[in-house]
Design a binder for this molecule. Structure first.
Ligand code: TYD
Ligand code: MG
Length: 447
């Protein structure tokens, strides 16, 4: 019997190697090689590259290029529209990624619910039609405009799409669709590459707006080849902590609008609800009379959001004190503690330090540094921060409070939320605010 030949394939780019490799030489990813049975080569003849002209396209001067005005369709979900840049562009090709159970399928159902005039073809590879019906009942939709298709063979999907000509084709998920011409399993790099290339044709050549739902790997990337993200016009990430109610829809790439824009939803019993004022949501349970709580304002896309930072500094029972951060970079926390020790003469030796961003949000805006420093100092001294005070500013290694972008927007958000005091970097732009401002160039002056 012939021995089966084993090959190793990079799960990120599809590069093949006869041996297992730690680093992919083609795409530079680590630990992506997986074992697979080698496919038999159909032909050993080498293809010659044909460079003869087939006379199809002519180069055009940029000034003569006709600009097509993209048609946008509003989804009537303002948080979704905001991330897309005003609505779904006709004939565009989108990818929505997120952890399992985060609410991707629910979001797409709600788009269908909010757009009764939009004919939607929903390719359901993950769930049966009756499971989808159950979910639709839960969110209270009738779904006259929604057609469920429970077949994931790409040829059948494409022919259905051609026949029905939907306004929106939703593929839930790209990992379940397969081409029977390939021997690899659904979800493999070749299958995803092949099937998404076909959907791209459907979107670009036939003008059927297509949205693919994609799984996310442990690292948070969309599973499958990297080229998937290059192929599509828009990449959206749906994220959030499953133990929390809020969900963030983030535009990671957008050819037709602003990238990095964020939409906020809350997952309730009756589906996703839009949160038009996220600051309200994140400050809802704030208790200003407790030491270690401090409010700051972070930018999510073009949107200022007020959040509460909580610090707890307690005597340690360990020989090496703990430094734990949730929702905030642990190394930055250590850095800020070191700055406080050196520049503000505070000692955290023998103290455990815990830092938490209330509501389970993850932040990486350095404008929150000053609030972290203030929260740490407040907990160490056990002295609460005055009510309705905002702390914003980046902290440098010399203990200086550095300027931050979007100062005006952050201050006006705080003002809108009824804040009275703000501690901020020294800057001219802030002078229009009606709040009681306390500019500080050093952390010693801010605390
Ligand atoms: P789902 O849309 O199936 O997630 P995904 O497609 O991203 O895997 O959402 C599933 C989760 O959402 C599930 O844990 C139940 C919860 N959920 C609610 O809390 N309320 C609701 O109204 C619905 C429809 C789902
Ligand atoms: Mg789903």
């Amino acid at each position: 019997m012939a021995k089966t030949k084993i090959q190793y394939e990079c799960s990120a780019c599809g590069h093949l190697s006869p041996k297992w490799l730690g680093l992919c030489p083609a795409c530079g990813e680590w630990h992506t090689f997986e074992e697979k049975v080698a496919e038999k080569k159909k032909s050993t003849k080498k293809h010659k590259v044909d460079i003869s002209d087939n006379g199809e396209a002519e180069a055009v001067a940029l000034k003569d290029v006709q600009q097509s005005k993209e048609e946008r369709v509003s989804t009537n979900l303002s948080e979704f529209d905001r991330v897309l840049g005003g609505g779904i562009v006709d004939g565009s090709f989108l990818l929505l990624g997120g952890d399992p159970g985060i609410g991707k399928s629910t979001l797409m159902l709600q788009v269908a619910q909010k757009c009764p005039n939009m004919k939607i073809l929903y390719v359901a590879g993950e769930e049966s039609a009756s499971q989808i019906k159950q979910r639709a009942d839960r969110i209270g939709m009738s779904g006259d405009n929604l057609l469920i298709y429970n077949n994931t063979d790409i040829r059948n999907v494409i022919s259905q799409a051609r026949k029905i000509k939907p306004d929106l084709l939703v593929v839930d998920s790209i990992q379940t669709v397969f081409s029977s011409e390939l021997s690899s399993l659904p979800g493999s790099v070749q299958q995803i590459r092949e099937c998404s290339a076909m959907f791209q044709q459907i979107a670009k050549k036939e003008g059927i707006t297509t949205l693919m739902i994609g799984h996310v790997t442990k690292e948070g990337d969309i599973a499958g080849p990297r080229i998937l993200e290059h192929m599509v016009d828009t990449v959206l990430h749906f994220e959030g902590d499953q133990s929390q109610l809020h969900r963030l829809l983030r535009g990671v790439k957008n050819r037709f609008g602003p990238a990095n824009e964020v939409g906020v939803f809350e997952m309730r019993d009756t589906g996703l609800h839009e949160v038009n004022n996220p600051s309200d949501l994140f400050l809802a349970e704030m208790n200003s009379s407790v030491s270690g709580n401090c409010v700051t304002c972070v930018m999510e896309g073009s949107r200022p959001i007020l959040i509460e930072i909580q610090a707890l500094v307690t005597p340690s029972n360990y020989s090496t004190p703990q430094r734990t951060a949730s929702g905030f970079d642990q190394r930055r926390l250590s850095l800020l503690i070191a700055v406080l020790e050196k520049r503000a003469a505070m000692s955290f030796a023998g103290q455990d330090v815990y830092l938490n961003i209330a509501g389970g949000l993850k932040i990486n805006d350095t404008a929150a540094d000053l609030a972290v420093v203030a929260a740490l100092a407040s907990s160490l001294k056990d002295k609460p921060i005055p009510e309705k005070s905002l702390y914003i500013g980046e902290v440098g290694l010399g203990g200086e409070v550095r300027r931050i972008p979007f100062l005006k927007q952050r201050l006006s958000e705080a003002e809108k939320m009824g804040f009275k005091h703000a501690v901020l970097p020294v800057s001219k732009t802030a002078s229009t605010s009606k709040m009681n401002l306390k500019p500080a160039d050093q952390i010693m002056k801010a605390l």
